[in-house]
Design a protein around this ligand. Structure first.
Ligand code: HEC
Ligand code: HEC
Length: 431
């Protein structure tokens, strides 16, 4: 991390030197008034450089896909050669380290997608958390947007752009990185299939609410399904969002940089690259390539069902876990055979539930402070730590933290014998 940062700083000074060195300093960009008394080498009055986005050089070997022996991190079965190539191209961009000349920063959380999505292979989860903050007064939540909320960017390309949690914030929480296996299938689930699980009459206290969000890609109202609060409806939208908000790389859907703690002057002083940064004249943008990688990334393979896990499967249903962790949804009709009416064994309804004390206190889009998306449980044995802030090191801890709509189910789990509890956990760790 420190090395990356040093390298980034070197690149910044190279960019600045190139702009203010041998040649006479260029005039300010047309239309931008020169602030009185501004120094000639004030970076904020220099024209922004076009981004130089390098192509990744490493070539990932074509994975051998044996449908009988699926491995974690493989592409979906039955893809065409063109789709496999898109998967591999996207994987290279997913692993590519961003630099300042390519648009990294001014504020950012890390320099590549894989830095937070790495375990046990590229596209997985990790122990890395990001921080969100806000301010609650009575029942009102203030996202502190003018101070850079709710997402903190913990790193900066120059000290002037460094963000901090503002002193006004009284809610400061962690969000753990999620695994990305099988997300193309989740992307292909029709809105109606998610809406179908919303209850108007509670069963064991479980209702569920669909997250109506504006999809940044189509501009339409869609049902959110990605992120801890179902805050994004499409994979492409999430990829574009992550480029800006995790790495500071602007693009077609997120064309404006985040001002450090909302400070426009600090942004002007530190943002040297013209926006949008990830916008090649021809071909796919990096966020589109990375979305292709995630689209074609297969779900984690299931483990064989041991006798203990088979007993646990029955308990999973009788405890009411499946009321929210719905074992399977289905993709809609598609001209692409890889996504045409495929079962999606995700163990989630993708709905928001009022989780009581387990809620993270952040209001985000349609999700209230206590509302969280039912976590998909597929691939659970690869994705520890658990829960939105990674507080649960074990599955047992994760279940015991359920509250609100999950309380009835949690209390049933607590009343099981230790042997039954471990049978249920064996089942969860086979998914
Ligand atoms: C600094 C760490 C970090 C980096 C860098 C990062 N992510 Fe994430 N990612 C997270 C966290 C944390 C979450 C959960 C966010 C939330 O819901 O609040 C997440 C969630 C996601 C999700 C939603 C998954 C789901 O289950 O719904 C997608 C998709 C995703 N990231 C893609 C990417 C892509 C693509 C990149 C690179 C452009 C990227 N991420 C870079 C930390 C990171
Ligand atoms: C009311 C809906 C609901 C019910 C019922 C429910 N869960 Fe959950 N579950 C959730 C939500 C929402 C989360 C995410 C909460 C968070 O992290 O803030 C979650 C998270 C989890 C996690 C952690 C997953 C991860 O990747 O972090 C596990 C494990 C889990 N549930 C197992 C169970 C089991 C086992 C049962 C039955 C005893 C159960 N749940 C019942 C809604 C529910």
């Amino acid at each position: 991390m420190h090395l990356n940062r040093l390298l980034s700083l070197c690149v910044v000074s190279l960019v600045l030197n190139a702009a203010s060195g041998v040649n006479p300093p260029p005039p300010g960009p047309p239309g931008r008034p020169q602030p009185p008394g501004s120094a000639i080498n004030d970076p904020s009055v220099l024209p922004k450089q076009p981004s130089v986005r390098v192509e990744p050089t490493r070539h990932t070997p074509m994975p051998s896909v044996d449908p009988m022996r699926p491995q974690i991190g493989q592409p979906l079965p039955g893809l065409t050669t063109d789709q496999l190539n898109l998967f591999l191209d996207g994987l290279e961009d997913f692993e590519k380290v961003e630099d300042v000349a390519g648009g990294l920063g001014p504020t950012f959380n890390n320099t590549s997608c894989v830095s937070c999505h790495s375990a046990p292979v590229a596209g997985g989860a990790s122990t890395t958390n990001v921080v969100r903050f806000g301010r609650v007064t009575g029942t009102t939540f203030d996202a502190l947007e003018s101070l850079g909320g709710t997402l903190l960017q913990s790193q900066a390309i120059l000290p002037e752009a460094q963000e901090f949690v503002p002193t006004q914030a009284n809610v400061v929480i962690n969000r753990n990185s999620t695994p990305l296996f099988g997300l193309g299938l989740i992307d292909a689930i029709p809105d109606a299939a998610i809406l179908a699980n919303v209850r108007t009459v509670p069963v064991d206290g479980v209702l569920g609410k669909a997250a109506s969000v504006t999809d940044v890609v189509s501009g339409k109202t869609r049902i959110g399904r990605f992120g801890w609060k179902s805050q994004q409806a499409t994979l492409l939208g999430f990829a574009a969002d992550a480029y800006l908000n995790e790495m500071g790389v602007t693009n077609r859907y997120f064309p404006n940089e985040n001002a450090p703690n909302g400070n426009a002057v600090a942004l002007a002083h530190t943002d040297m690259i013209a926006d949008p940064e990830d916008a090649p004249a021809t071909g796919l943008a990096d966020f589109e390539k990375v979305a292709n990688f995630m689209r074609y990334l297969a779900p984690a393979p299931v483990a064989p069902l041991t006798p203990s896990a088979a007993t646990g499967q029955k308990l999973f249903t009788s405890m009411g876990c499946a009321l929210c962790h719905v074992p399977a949804l289905s993709t809609g009709p598609s001209a692409d055979p890889a996504f045409n009416r495929k079962p999606v064994k995700l163990f989630s309804d993708l709905l928001l539930h009022d989780m009581g004390t387990l809620g993270d206190g952040i209001v985000q889009g349609p999700a209230g402070a206590r509302e969280m998306r039912t976590s998909p449980l597929w691939g659970l044995r690869f994705s520890a730590p658990y829960l939105h802030d990674g507080r649960a090191l074990t599955v047992d801890q994760a279940i015991r933290a359920h509250d609100g709509e999950g309380k009835v189910s949690r209390d049933r789990y607590i009343k099981l014998t230790p042997v039954q509890q471990s049978q249920l956990r064996d089942y969860l760790l086979s998914l």
